[in-house]
Ligand binder design. Structure first.
Ligand SMILES: [Zn+2]
Length: 403
C-alpha cells in the first residue's frame, strides 16, 4: 500500500517556500514569497518550478504588477497529497485521512485499544486499507490522477503519555493499560508500508490548531486538552515544546490552591482530583446522578452529566463547578509560566463541558493576568486527536519548523 507520490523535499529552502505559499490560502505571488522567505529570486523561481512539477502548488491566475508586468499567483494544491492520523484514545481508536490543509477527507472510529497491541495495530492497518478502497470506489483522486493510496504520505499517531518520541514507542500511558512499551512506529510502519511518527495527544491537538488556522507567525499558543484526563501543550511559531522526555504538559498534579483532599502524589487538591473524567463520573454515579456505564462511552456520559447540570441538578452543578474552577486556577498558573498570546481549550470531553465550565475558567484564569489573553474553545471538536495526529505528520514532513 506504499504511496507512489512520495515527496522529495529534502531541502530546508523548499519547505520554507512551501510554508510561505501554504500560509496564503488565497494565493501569493513569487515576489511575495521572495520577500517572506528571505531567499533569492533565483532560488525561489527554481523551487516553485520543482513544487509545481510535483503537483504540490499550482499557478492560479495573474495579478497586475506595479510596472504593468502581470504576476503569477501561486497557491497550494491541498488535495495533491494526503496524510493519515490515528488517535489511540481510551474511548476508542479514531482514524482520519486529511489533505495538506488538514481538511478531513475520510474518517473511521474503531473499538478502543485492547490488551493486545499487535492486534490493535493490525485493526488500524485494515481500517486504512478499507478507507483507501472506499475512496477509490468513490472515484477520489488527486488533481493529477493519483488514487488515495498513492497520495498518502504517511501516518501520525497520537497517544496519551508516557511515550518515547525518539524511539517511537508507547511506554506506559495510565489511560491505555494494555499498551506497555509498544514500538508502534515500527509496527504500524511494517503493517502499512508508510512512514509513521508518534507524539502525545495534547501536542497533536495543538498542532491541529496551529496548522489549520492562520495565525500570526511567532505567536505563543497554550492548549489545554480535556479528555479522560487534562494535559497542556505550548508552541511558539508552530514549534511544540516537548521537554527532555516529551513529558511537558503533564499537569494532572499541578496544585490548584483550592480546598481538596490529599492526593497520592503527596500534595493537596491536585488538578486531576477535580478534572479526571473517571472520578467525576464515579462521583456522579455514587450520588445517583448517573446510572452505570452500561456500554456508554466516557464522552457520552460526561454529556449526560452536563445535561443534568443544565437541568439544575445540584450535585451535577457542583461537580462541573469544581471542574471549571480547578481548571481555571491551573490555567492561571500556566498563563503566568508561559505568557501565551492566546489559549485554546479542546479535546474529546471539552465540547460537552464547555458551556458550563468556560465562564468559570475565564473568571479564574484571568484574575491576575498582566495583559489581555484570549481564551477560546477549539472549533475542531472531538475528532481533534486523529486530525491532530495527521497534522503532526504534515508538520514533521512539510514545515521548516518540523525538522
Ligand atoms: Zn497529585
Amino acid at each position: 500500500m506504499r504511496g507512489t507520490t512520495m515527496l522529495d523535499l529534502g531541502l530546508r529552502n523548499e519547505l520554507i517556500v512551501l510554508d510561505a505559499i501554504r500560509h496564503a490560502p488565497a494565493g501569493t505571488s513569487q515576489s511575495e514569497v521572495v520577500h517572506r522567505s528571505g531567499l533569492s529570486r533565483q532560488a525561489v523561481s527554481l523551487i516553485t518550478r520543482r513544487l509545481r512539477a510535483q503537483g504540490l502548488i499550482e499557478a492560479h491566475g495573474t495579478l497586475a504588477g506595479s510596472r504593468g508586468k502581470p504576476r503569477t499567483i501561486l497557491r497550494l494544491v491541498p488535495s495533491s497529497r494526503l496524510a493519515v492520523g490515528v488517535h489511540l484514545d481510551p474511548a476508542g481508536i479514531s482514524l482520519a485521512v486529511v489533505d495538506l490543509l488538514a481538511a478531513v477527507i475520510a474518517q473511521r472510529t474503531l473499538a478502543p485499544p485492547t490488551a493486545d497491541p499487535a492486534s490493535d495495530v493490525a485493526r488500524i492497518a485494515d481500517a486504512l486499507t478499507s478507507v483507501q478502497a472506499d475512496l477509490r470506489a468513490q472515484g477520489w483522486t488527486t488533481p493529477d490522477g493519483h488514487d488515495a493510496a498513492e497520495a498518502m504520505l504517511g501516518i501520525g499517531v497520537a497517544s496519551p503519555g508516557a511515550i518515547d518520541v525518539a524511539r517511537g514507542r508507547v511506554v506506559s500511558p495510565p489511560w491505555l493499560p494494555g499498551w506497555r512499551d509498544v514500538p508502534v512506529v515500527e509496527q504500524l510502519g511494517q503493517a502499512t508500508g508508510l512512514p509513521v511518527v508518534l507524539d502525545k495527544d495534547t501536542n497533536a491537538a495543538l498542532t491541529a490548531e496551529t496548522w489549520s488556522v492562520a495565525q500570526p507567525p511567532g505567536d505563543t499558543v497554550l492548549y489545554l486538552y480535556v479528555g479522560a484526563g487534562v494535559g497542556s501543550a505550548v508552541s511558539t511559531g508552530g514549534r511544540v515544546h516537548h521537554g527532555a522526555a516529551a513529558q511537558a504538559g503533564e499537569i494532572g498534579h499541578l496544585p490548584t490552591g483550592l480546598d481538596g483532599p490529599l492526593c497520592g502524589c503527596g500534595r493537596r487538591a491536585c488538578l486531576s482530583q477535580f478534572t479526571d473524567a473517571a472520578s467525576m463520573l464515579d462521583a456522579a454515579e455514587r450520588q445517583g446522578l448517573l446510572g452505570t456505564a452500561d456500554g456508554r462511552s466516557m464522552t457520552a456520559r460526561l454529556g449526560d452529566l452536563a445535561a443534568a447540570a443544565r437541568g439544575g441538578e445540584a450535585g451535577a452543578v457542583e461537580l462541573l463547578d469544581g471542574f471549571g474552577t480547578a481548571l481555571g486556577e491551573a490555567l492561571r498558573t500556566l498563563i503566568g509560566v508561559h505568557d501565551p498570546h492566546r489559549v485554546v481549550i479542546g479535546g474529546p470531553s471539552w465540547p460537552s463541558l464547555a458551556p458550563l465550565a468556560l465562564p468559570l475558567v475565564e473568571q479564574r484564569a484571568l484574575r491576575s493576568s498582566p495583559h489581555a489573553v484570549t481564551i477560546e474553545s477549539s472549533l475542531i471538536g472531538d475528532g481533534v486527536g486523529a486530525l491532530g495526529a495527521a497534522a503532526l505528520f504534515l508538520q514533521r514532513e512539510l514545515s521548516p519548523t518540523g525538522r
